[in-house]
Ligand binder design. Structure first.
Ligand code: UT7
Length: 382
């Protein structure tokens, strides 16, 4: 098979959200806002908010396990794990490495990708190229965020918008045409200041001042981001269908980044498409950044909205400024029956072994460190 016969198909998907749901009403008891304002300006009614035990890696891990169940593959089949996130577990190591360890994906490379809310679309595009080039066969892509941990809970203009959650998909090489068809990726860094977390990076390392002044939290010029979003959504959709030699008539659904219902309505008007072609779940989830498209995709699959051979556009925008779109031809021939209980039990066992393996490796490293301490001092002396 030459590389021209390689196509990247979505063969598995899964989600995970925190246990706690916070309604608009509850938020109105914390900041000066109302249920009516939030719903009428954004379409959001509630969002999931992580507790102290729920993190970007733990949500991403659960979503990944669910995606591997649907794909019915072993974690050892994974060649690569990409986590799209702007709220990573740490600056480094990557959240992807933490998920790789906990899955026991011992053959996989792992890295994080930060294109803010456009992260999932960027990750899909990169993974597609890696599969089509012949470099990798099976890639896990996770969009996972805990934005509640970087929100200023006293700033009503941002804290009402965001939520936490994770969605994951498995992409695998197949020789039948279809799957990820084409992508458009764009950036305009002149708008970098419109949506950002000012401190915590090399430009403004953490100090008492940054903590006292809430500079580790999201700041946003909402109106400007709104204007930018309405401009680029339609443009990216038009470009991605042109690249695939299709027209908008060929598109069955658009799954947009779930930031604001009014942005999606404007995009629908600009594209001259009915709103029911747009999958939306921001009423229940709020804006979950890089997780929002896979969360909406999984909900649409479980509602049986998405059918075999549907053409679907994923379109996103966000901090950077960044934006992009990916066109997918949905192909059910590669999804196996879900309830393969023995395979599931085997995967559970592998996760158990992964935990033991990780513990042994950590302990071995510690013991080696103690035993080799004198030797390394000798090396230093030479
Ligand atoms: O994932 C990508 C990142 N983010 C986005 O996509 C967000 C894009 N922007 C938006 O969705 C909208 O701009 C917002 C929802 C953030 C704001 O809606 P808006 O219609 O653009 O409101 P605005 O910023 O023009 O503010 C209107 C008024 C202001 O009061 P004044 O100055 O007119 O008296 C705000 O202070 O609404 C006020 N306001 C609020 N009032 C009640 C802002 N936030 C709130 C709030 N509750 N939570």
């Amino acid at each position: 098979m030459n590389n021209f016969d390689r196509y990247a198909h979505i063969i598995g998907w899964g989600t995970s959200v925190p246990k706690k749901v916070v309604s608009n009403q509850e938020l109105s008891e914390m900041v000066d806002t109302t249920d009516e304002w939030i719903e009428s300006r954004t379409g959001i009614k509630q969002r999931y908010i992580a507790d102290n035990t729920e993190t970007t890696a733990s949500l991403g891990l659960k979503a990944s396990k669910n995606a591997l169940d649907v794909a019915n593959i072993s974690p050892k089949d994974l060649d690569l794990i990409i986590v799209a996130t702007c709220t990573p577990e740490h600056n480094f190591p990557s959240t992807a490495s933490i998920i790789q360890d906990k899955l026991g994906a011992t053959r996989a490379g792992a890295f994080d990708m930060n294109a803010a809310c456009t992260g999932f679309v960027y990750a899909l595009s990169v993974a597609n190229q890696m599969i089509r080039s012949g470099a990798f066969n099976t890639i896990l892509i996770v969009g996972s965020e805990t934005l509640s941990k970087i929100v200023n809970w006293e700033d009503r203009s941002t804290c009402v918008l965001f939520g936490d959650g994770a969605g994951a998909i498995v992409l695998q090489e197949k020789n039948q045409p279809g799957g990820i068809l084409t992508s458009v990726l764009r950036s305009d860094g002149s708008g970098a200041d419109l949506l950002k977390v000012p401190a915590g990076g090399s430009a403004m390392p953490a100090t008492n001042h940054t903590v006292e002044n809430n500079l580790h939290a999201i700041t946003m010029n909402g109106r400007e981001v709104f204007r930018f979003a309405t401009r680029v959504m339609a443009d990216a959709c038009n470009k991605v269908v042109q690249q695939a030699d299709m027209t908008l008539d060929d598109i069955d659904f658009i799954i947009p980044h779930q930031a604001n219902k009014r942005i999606i309505e404007t995009a629908a008007r600009n594209l001259n498409l009915p709103l029911d072609k747009f999958i939306m779940n921001l009423d229940t989830h709020g804006n979950t950044s890089a997780a929002s498209i896979p969360l909406a995709l999984c909900e649409a699959i479980s509602n049986q909205q998405i059918k075999d051979k549907h053409n679907i556009i994923f379109v996103a925008f966000g901090g950077g400024l960044s934006w992009g779109a990916t066109l997918v031809s949905w192909d059910m021939t590669h999804t196996k029956p879900v309830n393969q209980i023995w395979h599931k039990l085997r995967r559970q066992a592998l996760y158990g072994f992964a935990k033991i393996r990780s513990t042994i490796r950590r302990s071995t490293r510690k013991i080696e460190g103690i035993l080799l301490k004198d030797d390394s001092t000798d090396i230093d002396k030479t």
